[in-house]
Design a protein around this ligand. Structure first.
Ligand SMILES: [Zn+2]
Length: 385
């Protein structure tokens, strides 16, 4: 392949730096969408467009129009850098130090975004047409729920054979992640003056007893062989009263479950059993993806592609040959926009150079050596998949 890999990496890193230097908090992605669109034009993409919600898209045509597209999906937004003085370099400077590019979004998501765009640019530079169309999609608002991804998939008007999610996977192949279900557990009691607590039924005691049991009992919940164990985190605790001398009529806790195998029904059964005989109810759940909360035995998960799926196997073969060592399957700990594509039956894998533990941290960074390997992996996928 007639391609100068060193120049490709240098140009890719330079692009990633310019992306870091263009802050793009949710709802403020217009400027970075223009930067990406201009780069795609400059690099000779066949089509470049920004859709109605602000997602930026770029396409390189394949030689065989009968094949579904290979989509490189990523997002444009990032989380707030927080207190800038905690950073060793200004968060929007894009400094390179000890072989790593540092800055807000370096790992999540501007380093991987740059690799996706420059792997497509590599084909143009080498004068190679892929078999199938390759489409880059940089969507808005991933960090606050995924409206950009939902808009993209709802308006999809071309066949898609595989989506590669550019979320941090340390150059391994992420096969999915767990789903989220959150529910309020409310204990009811009798509210009285705090001077006569013996006349109360104080739900704080029931809540405390529940939480004591919860930490160890979660090990009874089922585990997925690849996506991992079911976990639960009690997050918010509330009571009905704001008065300091009144015992509460109710006390409630928000339970955040992450699972790939448990269902709404099985988790509610688990909670009811732990809550015991004290009067209580479960309500107001939020679930992602949009699995019905009440009375469903369907397992809750984010997205999942089985390790023996033909496309996943093919990706693993291509990547292994391209980078010269076996590329293992893995899973994401966090949630991604991939969950929005599940109802549309798109096959997805995650593949990106950055490390998951670098996401959303101070001094967030990405390894240039891993970007180089990821460019080789992506270019091979674009050519051969
Ligand atoms: Zn991300």
């Amino acid at each position: 392949m007639n391609l100068d890999w060193e120049v490709l990496l240098a140009d890719c890193v330079d692009f990633a730096r310019r992306l870091i230097q263009t802050p793009s908090m949710p709802f403020e992605e217009a400027a970075i969408a223009e930067v990406v669109a201009a780069e795609c034009h400059k690099l000779g993409f066949d089509e470049v467009w920004i859709d109605a919600i602000g997602n930026v898209n770029g396409r390189i045509h394949g030689t065989d129009p009968s094949l579904g597209a290979l989509v490189l999906n990523t997002h444009l937004d990032h989380v707030d850098p927080g207190e800038p003085s905690l950073w060793s370099a200004p968060p929007y400077s894009g400094e390179v130090r000890h072989g790593r590019l540092i800055g807000r979004g370096a790992c999540d998501i501007k380093g991987p975004l740059a690799v996706q765009v420059y792997s497509m640019a590599a084909l143009r530079r080498a004068g190679i047409r892929p078999h199938r169309d390759v489409v880059f999609t940089g969507v808005v608002q991933e960090e606050i729920g995924g409206a950009g991804a939902e808009f993209w998939v709802q308006n999809l008007d071309y066949p898609v054979d595989l989506v590669i999610l550019g979320e941090p996977s340390d150059n391994q192949i992420a096969l999915g992640h767990r789903g989220i279900i959150q529910m309020w557990l409310t204990f009811h009691g009798r509210s009285v003056h705090a001077s006569v607590p013996e006349q109360a039924q104080n739900p704080n005691y029931a809540l405390a007893a529940f939480l004591q049991k919860l930490e160890t009992a979660q090990s009874q919940l089922k585990s997925h062989p690849i996506l991992g164990p079911t976990t639960v985190a009690p997050t918010i605790i509330e009571v009905d009263t704001k008065s300091t001398n009144v015992t509460p009529a109710w006390a409630r806790v928000l339970l955040d479950f992450r699972t790939a195998v448990e269902s709404s029904n099985s988790l509610q059964t688990f909670v009811h059993q732990l809550a015991g005989a004290w009067p209580h109810d479960i309500s107001d759940a939020w679930c992602a993806p949009n699995t019905p909360f009440a009375d469903s035995d369907a397992p809750i998960f984010g997205f999942y592609t089985a390790p023996d799926d033909a496309k996943a196997v093919r990706v693993q073969e291509i990547l292994g040959t391209a980078v010269g060592h076996e590329v293992p399957f893995t899973r994401y700990q966090f949630a991604t926009d991939g969950r929005h594509f599940v109802p549309y039956h798109l096959t997805m894998i995650g593949y990106a150079a950055s490390e998951e533990n670098q996401a959303h941290v101070v001094d967030e960074s990405i390894s240039l050596a891993k970007m180089a390997e990821s460019l080789r992996g992506h270019v091979a996928l674009l050519r051969e998949f």
